[in-house]
Design a protein around this ligand. Structure first.
Ligand SMILES: *Cc1c(COP(=O)(O)O)cnc(C)c1O
Length: 387
């Protein structure tokens, strides 16, 4: 295990205080495709794997490495590898460990593009995929018998159901199943799955890690041997590498992850509080601290089921501060009605398959003043409801 928090500081301190070389407080952007060598011997040593000097940016770049090092420390893992998107992180992780004939056990309500990867790409290549509820993962110690890889989210997408990760990790260890979790919702500030026994953590860094809605990226954190396998196979051969400039933006985003998550949490607490007793709301999906072991905070991504009297298109069009759009985790507040989000080109997705109501709207609460956001949402809700 790498020294997770050097000097015993909190992860927030580590992210804000991380030192750079040469006195600069921000990392240099090493915008180069290749690196040259001083002499024949140095080049030969590198190609033979006897040294680890940077060679080519598809596999190694100092700006990317600075971000990877911070992420490994934040997630308390031994090593990390950056990717060009969250989906590059997902596909490169799964493909590094499964082959035809293997089986993946996946959580229901998984991110819809991960579902499409499994159904439309891996299944035709001969990889079996089965889907299971939270309850099945937790209660059946033998669910993972014969399963190569368990693909998890906690909380899950859109309905935000939570999993006891330590329990599932212990079931997986019994059967030699590799556990992978998408930790984009919680970030390492609110949940560190590797400390609960999960093998591999991945993120869409496009969301909270970046925090500024200006970057598409992904990252994977795990033990050194697991990261080595990804670095050896899928990083170079699928080639979905993280670019130096995006890595620079991500390191910049990580500096303020703590204060941003605190603000998202404060706004989410206010919304959950008021939505819970609102007459036009039938359910609020927003897991809070300690709802499962190891979850220590509430992020700003939640969903609300609205009563039949609320006209959802009217609600969306009445909002002034919330804008309509996909993605989440940035400074700006967004609304995504599931009846739009679920209707991807007429293709069935994980939300339809596992039964998500089209009365649900997903909210990404941004960094605006919480009272302004609530006033906007409440006014639009009243306006769009028949009484
Ligand atoms: C957005 C998202 C992804 C995919 O990430 P990209 O960076 O868009 O490729 C994966 N998982 C979750 C939970 C997401 O929200």
């Amino acid at each position: 295990m790498a020294d997770a928090v050097p000097g015993g500081y909190s992860i927030e301190t580590l992210l804000a205080a991380a030192a750079e070389t040469g006195g600069a407080v921000a990392p240099p952007i090493v915008q180069t495709s290749l690196f040259t060598f001083e002499n024949y011997k140095a080049f030969e040593d590198r190609m033979a794997g006897r040294s680890n000097e940077p060679l080519y940016t598809r596999v190694q770049n100092p700006t990317v490495a600075a971000f990877e090092k911070l992420m490994a420390q934040a997630e308390e893992g031994e090593a990390a590898v950056g990717f060009a998107s969250g989906m590059a992180a997902v596909s490169s992780t799964v493909l590094a460990f499964v082959k035809p004939g293997d089986r993946i056990a996946c959580i229901e309500h998984v991110y819809p593009d991960a579902y499409r990867l499994f159904e439309r790409m891996l299944r035709p290549f001969g990889v079996g995929v089965t889907y299971h509820s939270i309850e099945e993962f937790q209660s059946d110690p033998d669910l993972l018998k014969g399963v190569k890889l368990a693909y998890l989210e906690s909380p899950t997408s859109v309905v935000f159901k939570t999993l006891d990760l330590g329990l599932v990790a212990s079931h997986a260890k019994k059967h030699g199943t590799i556990t992978v979790i998408d930790n984009s919702w919680a970030t390492p500030l609110f949940q560190r799955p590797l400390t609960l026994g999960i093998d591999i953590v991945l993120h869409s860094a496009s969301k909270y890690l970046s925090g500024h809605s200006d970057t598409v990226a992904g990252v994977v954190v795990a033990r050194q041997d697991l990261i080595d396998r990804i670095r050896d196979l899928t990083l170079p051969l699928l080639g979905g590498k993280l670019a130096p400039f995006e890595a620079f933006l991500l390191t910049r985003g990580l500096r303020t992850l703590g204060p941003r998550m605190r603000q998202h949490q404060a706004t989410a607490n206010l919304f959950v509080d008021r939505l819970a007793s609102h007459p036009h709301v039938s359910a609020v999906h927003s897991p809070g601290p300690n709802i499962v072991p190891g979850l220590t905070g509430r992020s700003g991504l939640l969903s609300v089921a609205l009563n039949d009297n609320v006209d959802i298109p009217n609600l969306a069009d009445s909002l002034k501060l919330f804008r309509l759009g996909v993605s989440w985790g940035g400074f700006e507040s967004l609304i995504l009605p599931t009846r739009i989000g679920l209707n991807q080109a007429g293709e069935q997705n994980s939300m339809q398959r596992f039964g998500v109501s089209d009365r649900i709207v997903r909210l990404s609460l941004g960094l605006e003043d919480p009272n302004d956001l609530w006033a906007d949402f409440e006014a639009a809700l009243s306006k769009s409801a028949r009484t």
